[in-house]
Write a protein that binds this ligand. Structure first.
Ligand code: NI
Length: 156
């Protein structure tokens, strides 16, 4: 963390009450930490939706391994994109269901496309991609030197 800045925020009392209830349920002992987490979460989302950002993440898949050709297709896709896959973990949940979690790393657009293809395979019952970045990437986003500018992202 860098130098500490103190700020004051004017908030509607009802909104603050709702916020205090929300953070109370989640076990926060002070508002500052809750605000910091909310801000980081928003900045992480902004950073990971930038197609050129380098991200890390997980792809969680639930599927039935009896589904025709599915285990082979999953394996093939992962080998084709081996540069994005850091590791995989597999659990046999019952006679039919498998849980597979892939740890992924790479450019946001590539990771997202890869996850979409895995999740879209016939027989994958549920899937979810979670992308994140280490905190230094949101505090100093320009240091990577690869962040596309506004025009390149939005084309307007
Ligand atoms: Ni299994």
């Amino acid at each position: 963390m860098g130098e500490l800045s103190r700020i004051g925020i004017a908030l509607d009392s009802d909104l603050l009450k709702r916020f205090d209830q929300y953070i109370g349920k989640r076990g926060y002992t002070n508002r500052s930490e809750a605000f910091r987490d909310l801000i980081r979460d928003r900045l992480v989302t902004e950073q990971t939706t930038n197609p050129g950002s380098t991200v890390v993440g997980t792809v969680t898949l639930i599927y039935d391994h009896h589904s025709s050709g599915l285990p082979e297709k999953l394996m093939e896709l992962q080998h084709e994109n081996h540069e994005l896959v850091v590791s995989t973990s597999h659990a046999h949940l019952d006679n039919d269901s498998c849980l597979e979690v892939l740890m992924v790393h790479g450019k946001s657009a590539k990771v997202e496309h890869f996850a979409d293809r895995l999740i879209g395979l016939k027989g994958v019952q549920h899937g979810r991609l979670v992308m994140t970045v280490p905190v230094h990437a949101i505090e100093h986003p320009h240091e990577s030197g690869r962040r596309p500018n506004h025009k390149q992202i939005h084309k307007h």
